[in-house]
Design a protein around this ligand. Structure first.
Ligand code: PLP
Length: 385
């Protein structure tokens, strides 16, 4: 267990580990294979799908940040989710939130349709529905807090206790906050995972994933599967993500400072019906956020008055915000969840989850907040013409 503070762990990951040359920053190891010392005498690494020094350094850094036993770096965030599915067999039940990331929803619903496991999709804020789901004795419960795109929160500690009582493992998608702002394993969860494509790498130039387990044996089982099915991350992506990680805590500070300004601005704007941001005291998850998060994050979504036509005008009149999928990079991004990130969900499931045509999601970047607000002001004014 690494007892250093988060910023120290992030910066120091892999530093001074080169015993040959004394390189301060760990080298990138691109080699796909490693020479044996002799007959049946393996070194620490033998083949890069199974293990790679650069990937191992990155995995250890995230495991340390999440205070877990084993970290596994995968090729994408979705392959981390898929890796967790390897724990399931046809008789097992899985519970997922009705408002999770569209890609996770698509994966679980399609695998369930093929009979790989039984699936219950539930509003995890509906206590009686969740209790009913847990009475089915699921093997795995997936949590996503805050959720994508509506920023709903669930009480990770409480739900985890309830899940453990029925013998379920709890896996938490921590992509929206990163370990700098939330550490689900410390709240009792068994597995935490990320799309490192987002805040952890932070520069929108890597697609990757990582998963950390609290328990060593569970981590070893999943690492075995990651090698078996061949979804481990590449050395180059691991190198870039490790580089991005070093500034994670400081980036998150600026992301949030800007998000606070932007959220308050949007809340007062006459073109906006509602803003979903857990940093508002009247947000239903505010008290939970204060308890289980280190801060409120920099993701938010809002409903524009005038429906999808107003949304189109808003998008067409922005200069600084880029209309693009993804989140968590230094640059501000804007998206329309229904037709973009959550297009993998049928419209009926979107409606059930509360995703409307007038819903817009933003990932607040670290540009100057004056410029971010000015851009939104221009777009929102045009949206109502
Ligand atoms: N989880 C969340 C919350 C996401 O937003 C995403 C991607 O947008 C993923 C998982 C999947 O990650 P990736 O796109 O890296 O496969």
């Amino acid at each position: 267990m690494n007892d250093k503070k988060i910023a120290t762990i992030a910066v120091r990951a892999g530093i001074n580990s080169d015993e040959h040359h004394g390189a301060v920053i760990p080298a990138i190891h691109l080699s796909s294979t490693y020479a044996l010392k002799g007959f049946n005498e393996k070194r620490q690494f033998d083949y890069s799908r199974t293990g790679n020094p650069t990937r191992a350094t990155f995995a250890q850094a995230i495991a340390d940040l999440e205070q877990g036993a084993i970290g596994i770096v995968t090729s994408t965030g979705m392959s981390s989710v898929h890796l967790i599915c390897q724990l399931l067999s046809t008789e097992d039940t899985v519970v997922i939130p009705h408002d999770c990331y569209g890609g996770s929803y698509r994966l679980f619903t399609h695998l369930a349709k093929r009979g790989q496991f039984k699936l219950i999709v539930v509003d995890q804020n509906d206590e009686s529905a969740l209790t009913e789901a847990l009475s089915q004795k699921p093997k795995l419960v997936l949590l996503e807090s805050p959720s994508n795109p509506l920023l709903r929160l669930v009480d990770i500690e409480k739900i985890t206790k309830d899940c453990h009582q029925v013998g379920a493992l709890v896996a938490v998608d921590n992509t929206f906050l990163s370990p700098a702002l939330q550490q689900p394993l410390l709240l009792g969860a068994d597995i935490v995972f990320h799309s490192t494509t987002k805040y952890i790498n932070g520069h929108s130039d890597v697609v990757g994933g990582v998963l950390v387990t609290k328990d060593k044996a569970l981590g070893e089982e999943l690492a075995w599967w990651a090698n078996c099915i061949g979804i481990t991350g590449s050395p180059f992506d691991s190198y870039l993500a490790l580089r991005g990680l070093k500034t994670l805590p400081i980036r998150m500070k600026q992301h949030q400072e800007n998000a606070d300004v932007v959220a308050k601005y949007l809340k007062e704007h006459s073109a906006i019906e509602a803003v979903y941001y857990p940093g508002f005291p009247d947000h239903p998850g505010y008290e939970i956020a204060k308890r289980q998060q280190h801060d409120f994050g920099a993701m938010m979504s809002f409903e524009v008055k005038g429906g999808v036509e107003a949304v189109k005008k808003l998008f067409a009149n922005l200069e600084l915000f880029t209309l693009a999928q993804s989140l968590g990079g230094v640059e501000s991004l804007i998206s329309h969840p229904s037709t973009m990130t959550h297009a993998g969900m049928e419209i009926s499931a979107q409606i059930e989850a509360g995703i409307t045509q007038s819903l817009v999601r933003i990932s607040v970047g670290i540009e100057d907040s004056d410029d971010i607000v000015k851009d939104l002001a221009a777009g929102l004014a045009a949206s109502q013409l």
